[in-house]
Design a protein around this ligand. Structure first.
Ligand code: NAG
Length: 678
């Protein structure tokens, strides 16, 4: 605060040394320590109402925060017992505010420092520091800076990408993912990250919605392209392979040209933006209506996400382990962006491997790892306990309390930090106190900054409950509700590329008063009396499996292409010992046709990525629908996949027999006991 804002006219500034804290706060309220103080600056509002001139929307809540904080200070000395988390909350929120104010300063000066600018700064400041370690080879900040310059020069010389273009990137985790991404950004392009699992039809669709004219494909993914190459050529899409040579017709190669390209920097004006609200990336999320949607990621979101490690106390000496796919926002925005922000080193893995994890951590002195719930569960399923390592922190989301506990027991005192936030959402929760099972922490400071609400939800009809006046109702503390986040200047929602309709579908209007707009997260959450927020369930048209979002409509549409299926209703069912939900579908067979397990197997193999393939199929005579003719999923979800409880035929996806086979009771038992690999 002190260093980054000028003293605003009409505001009186008070400085007060509050108390000794360990720098950055921690999960506990810490005892005072000698020689280690944190100064907290308060800005109190004076009489002068000169906010508009002041122009810092972020500071307005701050004014209230500080006013309330000062008032409470006296109270708290007496009532400390009733507010056990006050001090840690205050320290944490002041950290977030410091970051928020930096963003406000950019806005004010219209001189934006993006994540890429930050990277270029770091490359100049610490050129020889390892930035990425991949398969045992270390790439310094300077290496990546120079290589991304070469990428930019190649695309520029060939006229393949110009400022304002969108380029699609289909690559697995490797250093060149980052070099190509940064190289293109240096030319002022936006980059669309494509999920490496998606198949032909979805892939083609992705070009349309983000308007990309160029596709860059990693060497290991070229064969997935063969069947759609003619369609791409027809649409005049330039295809580049990250290889030295390539025999596919009409595909350009990048690596051979890279060697001849100069490594000198591209002028910064090329990538300069005047507003943080300029899109920089498109990240695909599962569609609620059919095909994947391209969430628009602006510089604002990427700069915010890059503060994640920092907010949790990451620093330049940290080594960060990234094994999640870079095409998701967690690994790219929080992981790579966060590494750059603190000037640290990351160990990048092509794929997560539970058996290599601790060996890698020891070898590279890893201190922070990024997780999703599944990843921690797989680690806990490993036979050996590991306590000899330097891992001090995990950052991620989706950790269940039982896995959390087990993780501590097996692997020692690793601080696990949950971050909740969807790729496109405008809300973020952080569980900075490390309470097991919570995704976030709310308190009165936080509520001033982020306007979110939990409202009553009707699971049967799959919609929020509206009262007589047509408005939603808050749930009480401890009760499950649908999480909504208010859209306003401070927390904008940028929506999806190419479709206003899709964007509108995520919005809920007239929630508490006429004319208000909320982002519907689709997540059912609970807030307890202490302000800890936990995730309960996901509603509507998507569910998570193996760390990926599955869009039920997209899967249903793919299934309905099979000649004997008249209608498919896709949903997720819980399987004990697994995160998320496994895909299941209820289908109606066309009159005079029969179920063909082999045909269906081949179809889902060809058309759906592995995580989206329904594990269970249930035959139905009729499909129940809601009053608004939506397919009813709730009762199907409730009845699960136990063949002894379901009168209709249930089939199971059998990879060994390459067929959907009737699900027997003994197969059911081996699935729920965890013997059957899924
Ligand atoms: C890891 O730390 C140890 C002890 O601090 C050090 O000897 C070793 O060189 C480090 N390894 C790496 C890869 O940095």
């Amino acid at each position: 605060l002190r260093s980054e804002t000028r003293r605003p006219a009409g505001f009186v500034r008070y400085e007060r040394e509050l108390r000794s804290f360990e720098r950055g706060g921690s999960a506990r309220t810490l005892p005072p320590r000698a020689g280690c103080t944190t100064r907290v600056t308060f800005i109190l509002s004076g009489k002068d109402k000169s906010e508009p001139r002041f122009g810092m929307t972020m500071l307005l809540p701050l004014v209230w925060v500080t006013a309330i904080a000062a008032g409470l200070l006296a109270l708290l000395l007496v009532q400390k017992l009733f507010f056990p988390y006050f001090w840690s909350d205050l320290v944490f929120i002041s950290r977030l505010l410091r970051y928020g104010i930096r963003l406000e300063v950019y806005k004010k000066r219209s001189k934006v420092v993006t994540v890429l600018d930050r990277f270029v700064q770091q490359a100049a400041r610490i050129p020889d520091k390892p930035f990425i370690i991949y398969e045992g080879i270390s790439y310094t900040y300077e290496d990546v800076e120079e290589r991304s310059n070469r990428v930019a020069h190649v695309f520029q010389q060939r006229g393949a990408a110009r400022r304002g273009d969108t380029v699609a990137l289909l690559m697995s985790n490797e250093p060149d993912f980052i070099c190509v991404w940064f190289g293109l950004c240096k030319l002022g392009c936006s980059v669309a990250f494509l999920n490496t699992n998606i198949r032909s039809r979805s892939l083609l669709h992705c070009f349309g919605c983000c308007g990309a004219r160029t596709l860059v494909v990693g060497a290991d993914l070229l064969d997935t392209l063969e069947d759609i190459l003619p369609s791409l050529k027809q649409d005049n899409i330039n295809v580049w392979a990250v290889k030295m040579e390539c025999s596919l017709p009409g595909v350009e190669t990048l690596l051979d040209k890279l060697q001849q390209a100069p490594e000198d920097p591209i002028p910064a004006e090329q990538r300069a933006v005047t507003s943080l609200k300029t899109p920089t990336l498109y990240i695909f999320t599962s569609g609620t209506t059919g095909l994947p949607k391209a969430a628009i990621i602006t510089h604002l979101q990427s700069v915010k996400a890059a503060g994640g490690f920092w907010a949790y106390g990451g620093c330049s000496s940290d080594v960060i382990y990234i094994s999640l796919p870079l095409y998701h926002s967690a690994a790219s925005l929080i992981g790579i962006g966060g590494t750059i922000e603190i000037g640290a080193t990351c160990v990048l893995k092509k794929k997560f491997s539970a058996s290599q994890f601790w060996g890698d951590c020891r070898k590279f002195n890893v201190t922070i790892f990024q997780y999703i719930g599944e990843l921690c569960r797989y680690l806990c399923n490993q036979p050996k306990n590991e306590k000899k390592h330097k891992v001090r922190m995990g950052v991620g989301n989706g950790l269940r309390p039982e896995v959390w506990k087990e993780f501590h027991r097996r692997f020692g005192d690793v601080r696990l930090c949950e971050i909740y936030g969807s790729t496109e959402g405008n809300l973020c929760f952080m569980n900075h106190l490390g309470k097991m099972g919570a995704v976030g922490r709310s308190n009165f400071f936080y509520k001033l900054l982020f306007k979110y609400d939990l409202v009553r939800y009707d699971k049967e009809n799959d919609e929020p409950v509206r009262n007589k006046k047509g408005f939603c109702e808050h749930v009480s503390k401890g009760e499950t509700g649908l999480l909504l986040s208010k859209i306003n200047e401070q927390s904008p929602f940028f929506g999806y590329a190419g479709s206003k309709q899709l964007t509108d579908k995520k919005l809920l209007r007239d929630v508490f008063v006429k004319g208000d707009v909320y982002f519907n997260t689709g997540d059912l959450m609970v807030e307890d009396t202490d302000g800890f927020i936990s995730f309960k369930d996901r509603i509507g048209d998507t569910f998570r499996w193996k760390g990926e979002n599955v869009g039920t409509t997209e899967v249903a549409e793919a299934l309905e292409l099979v000649d004997f299926i008249q209608e498919a209703n896709v949903y997720g069912v819980e399987i004990p010992g697994n995160e998320g939900r496994a895909g299941m579908t209820a289908i109606i067979i066309k009159p005079d046709r029969r179920f063909d397990g082999k045909k269906l197997f081949q179809h889902v193999l060809d058309h759906l990525p592995s995580y989206a393939r329904p594990l269970f199929v249930r035959i139905q005579e009729t499909m129940e629908v809601t009053g608004t003719l939506k397919q009813l999923k709730f009762r199907l979800v409730e009845s699960g996949f136990n063949p002894s409880m379901i009168t209709e035929a249930v089939y199971f996806l059998d990879y060994t027999g390459k067929c959907y086979v009737p699900l027997t009771n003994s197969m059911y038992n081996s699935i729920v006991s965890g013997q059957q690999k899924l």
